[in-house]
Design a protein around this ligand. Structure first.
Ligand code: ADP
Ligand code: MG
Length: 455
């Protein structure tokens, strides 16, 4: 048994500080309500606290206030020490079977209300990790475990349908679960813009500011939508600074690396890249297959492995397309109430397989954009010249056409002065080789593809 028990000093200290409004009711509810006295040693009071977040808040804001008061009341120099309450938050990280024979722990269904702005199924458990996204996934988990510390801000970027929103909301959901007291604000950038404009029109700017600047966790999705929006960028800049100074976690997503944002205030761009930047890539075959399996888990239908393989093999653009294909098969299976054969599946998936990735993109359009980008003439690009200044753009153009359209190498060759399809294949191969050795090629390609799709 421990001979020291300073619990009355602790109680008295908190009581006094509350009476004197040194700790407001709101603060009390936020930081002290679930903080409990556990025990004391000679010169320490040990408290149980609900999370590391609370610990850092207590340390930053209240520790000296409390220790001084403890000294006044008890005449002893007491310090505070914290133990994080051992809650079931690791349950879902698939701990190997542990303590199953112990008495059932009453499930503390404490206050688990779903977060109003977050999709409940966007969780880490539902997020399949492959080599295309493992860095981003691990960083996101680290943030969820320890918000506002190491990786702040975090910027997740990558093309459409690769899981940015899912990952961002997983961070939100995980924190919401382990730290229900934290104020988590999730907002698509577009809504942020609209809210901001509305707040000006209705003269409720203060309300707007408070909503964002009091967040513990701010998640803004698709910040590329802020391009050209000067006023909103300015507002976000100030919000950013306020939250950053207060060590509040911020996460942003973007469909491109920040360096490629256009009409975007440099100072805001600089802030996005200040913390951790992680990118998402398209999944490889194995990951696509694993994702399909995962997505089938909750569905009450049987889809055979060959069909999953068929989908995984043929749909390699992004996960949204992959899911759409699966959904269409599942819907069909449910409708006809019978097992789907690969033949039926192929028929059903025709639209997904055969539709060009971007239907309105013509060879001509790509050639023009590439020529303009490299400042060569269109006729040179398509013509016979074999100088280096021309062959590289030409190879790039062929490569992009093959990547983002459905034209065959024969068709592509015809549009380049009647070249043979093997020439086209060879050109594409040259670019693929260069991608491996020259890290500047990929960003150039991405930038070109994006501008082709945008115009
Ligand atoms: P983005 O925001 O990048 O456009 P989303 O987060 O909306 O993409 O993802 C598109 C769909 O793909 C969502 O339904 C999401 O659940 C799913 N998805 C993406 N990545 C994964 C993954 N690694 N595991 C499981 N589902 C995923
Ligand atoms: Mg998204």
């Amino acid at each position: 048994m421990n001979e020291f028990d300073y619990s009355i000093f602790w109680d008295e200290t908190i009581k006094q500080l509350r009476e004197e409004k040194e700790i407001s009711d709101q603060e009390y509810n936020m930081y002290f309500q679930n903080t409990r006295y556990i025990e004391s040693t000679r010169d320490k009071i040990i408290l149980s606290i609900p999370s590391r977040f609370i610990q850092s808040q207590l340390k930053q804001r209240y520790i000296s206030l409390i220790e001084n008061r403890l000294l006044e009341i008890s005449g002893i120099e007491l310090t505070l020490d914290f133990e994080i309450e051992n809650r079931s938050r690791d349950q879902d990280t698939q701990n190997p079977v542990s303590d199953v024979t112990d008495e059932p722990v009453p499930e503390v269904k404490q206050n688990f209300e779903p977060h109003p702005q977050l999709r409940e199924d966007y969780t880490f458990e539902n997020f399949v990790v492959g080599n295309n996204n493992s860095f981003a996934a691990n960083a996101s988990k680290a943030i969820a475990e320890n918000p506002g510390s190491k990786y702040n801000p975090c910027l997740i970027y990558g093309g459409v349908g690769l899981g940015k929103t899912h990952l961002m909301q997983s961070i939100g959901n995980a924190i919401h679960k382990s730290n229900p007291e934290m104020k988590i604000v999730y907002i698509p950038a577009e809504t942020f813009i609209n809210d901001f404009i509305e707040s000006i029109n209705t003269k409720k700017q203060t309300h707007f500011k408070n909503k964002y600047r009091t967040a513990d966790i701010l998640l803004i999705d698709d910040i590329h939508d802020l391009q050209d929006k000067k006023g909103t960028q300015e507002e976000l800049f100030h919000t950013f600074n306020a939250l950053y100074d207060a060590n509040k976690q911020m996460v942003f997503t973007c469909d491109r690396p920040p360096s490629e944002l256009k009409n975007f205030a440099d100072r805001l761009k600089n802030r996005f890249v200040r913390g951790l930047n992680v990118d998402l890539h398209p999944p490889n075959y194995e990951t696509r297959y694993a994702i399909l399996r995962k997505k089938l888990e909750d569905r009450n239908v049987i889809i055979s492995d060959d069909i999953l393989e068929l989908i995984s093999e043929n749909i390699n653009t992004n996960i949204r397309d992959l899911e759409a294909a699966l959904t269409s098969i599942v819907a069909y299976a449910e409708l006809v109430q019978k097992e789907i054969t690969p033949e039926i599946a192929k028929q059903q998936l025709k639209q997904f397989f055969s539709s060009p990735i971007q239907t309105n993109i013509t060879i001509d359009k790509i050639q023009k954009q590439v020529a303009e980008y490299f400042n060569v003439t269109l006729s040179d690009l398509k013509g016979k010249k074999r100088t280096k200044q021309i062959t590289f753009p030409r190879q790039i153009a062929m490569y992009i056409i093959r990547e983002i359209t459905d034209f065959s190498t024969t068709e592509i060759g015809l549009e380049f002065g009647g070249r043979d399809h093997t020439t086209v294949m060879h050109s594409c191969q040259r670019i693929e080789d260069r991608i491996k050795t020259d890290s500047t090629i990929e960003p150039t390609l991405q930038e070109l593809i994006r501008s082709i799709k945008e115009t």
